[in-house]
Ligand binder design. Structure first.
Ligand code: SF4
Length: 282
């Protein structure tokens, strides 16, 4: 759409940033409810497909797409190339808290290209973000109007509680999810016991394979370079685990996650086996 003007006001294009989670669905309903306020402005819902969602997420996004289209909201997807898996292989490293390159590579870069391709500029458009002050300590300062990457930003859900947010969702026909968006599954931050326990076997196998490849590459490089950091048996895991040390990959972390508090002790288990002379290996 070309930039239009009525009197002195620019008719803006609105980019609704969605992940498909609860807040996204509530925000779409908010747009429908408040559309008349934005006289003549267009709304585009944009989903960044990272290629790392849980298996059923694609089906959910098809429903989100239909919901958008039924309500005169244009739906678009960006596709990171490579996706999460390819990114880990190309960098020979997993993103982590202090090198969170996944967000930039999988979401920000494709989004910048999308904006350029669709001529969304800071002058003719604004972004809508489904962030709420109530959702976490890091977001408690969220207010309803701000700026994101130079764009005017609206945070329509800024002051909503979970219950108020859920009221919006119920009117869409979507059910309220009991978890956050699974656009990335698992996300690099989901390393608590509770989160690890939700990872499916096929996902564990895939992560394990990635860990093997990264480990083989980094260890070979360290040996060649005579790197003092090299030590045999180190695993370059998706989740650094302070509980398990450097020799535990995803498979061991899942065992830990499924063990009651204070009961996990790998050394003790190994010892137990060798101490029971007459029962094992004798
Ligand atoms: S959701 Fe998590 S894994 Fe996905 S891009 Fe963001 S930080 Fe990375």
């Amino acid at each position: 759409m070309s930039e239009k003007k009525t009197r002195n006001a620019i008719i803006r294009k609105n980019m609704v940033s969605i992940s498909g989670g609860n807040d996204s669905i509530a925000m779409l309903q908010w747009v429908i409810d408040n559309r008349s306020f934005f006289k003549g402005e267009s709304f585009d819902a944009v989903y960044c497909n990272t290629g790392w969602s849980v298996s059923w997420w694609a089906d959910r996004m098809l429903k989100v797409k239909k919901f958008c289209e039924d309500n005169d909201i244009k739906y678009s997807e960006t596709h990171a190339n490579p996706g999460f898996e390819g990114l880990v292989r190309s960098k020979c490293a997993f993103p982590h808290q202090f090198a969170k390159f996944c967000t930039f590579e999988l979401k920000i870069k494709p989004l910048i290209s999308w904006r350029q391709d669709n001529k969304f500029t800071v002058r003719n458009s604004r972004v809508l973000l489904g962030v709420r002050a109530d959702e976490s300590k890091a977001r408690e300062g969220t207010v309803s109007l701000g700026e994101r990457d130079g764009y005017e930003a609206l945070y329509p859900l800024a002051y909503l509680s979970d219950a108020e947010r859920d009221e919006y969702i119920k009117r869409t026909g979507f059910t309220v999810l009991e978890h956050r968006s699974k656009e990335c599954h698992p996300c690099i931050f989901e390393k608590t016991k509770k989160k690890l326990k939700t990872i499916e076997e096929d996902r564990i196998t895939l992560i394990e394979k990635l860990e093997e490849d990264v480990t083989r590459y980094v260890q070979a490089k360290r040996i060649l370079q005579n790197n003092p950091k090299y030590f045999e048996g180190e695993i370059f895991s998706m989740f650094n685990s302070k509980h398990l040390g450097k020799k535990a990959g995803i498979r061991e972390q899942i065992v830990w996650a499924n063990t009651d508090k204070g009961k996990y002790n790998k050394e003790e288990e190994d010892m137990l086996c060798s101490e029971q002379v007459g029962y094992c290996g004798d």
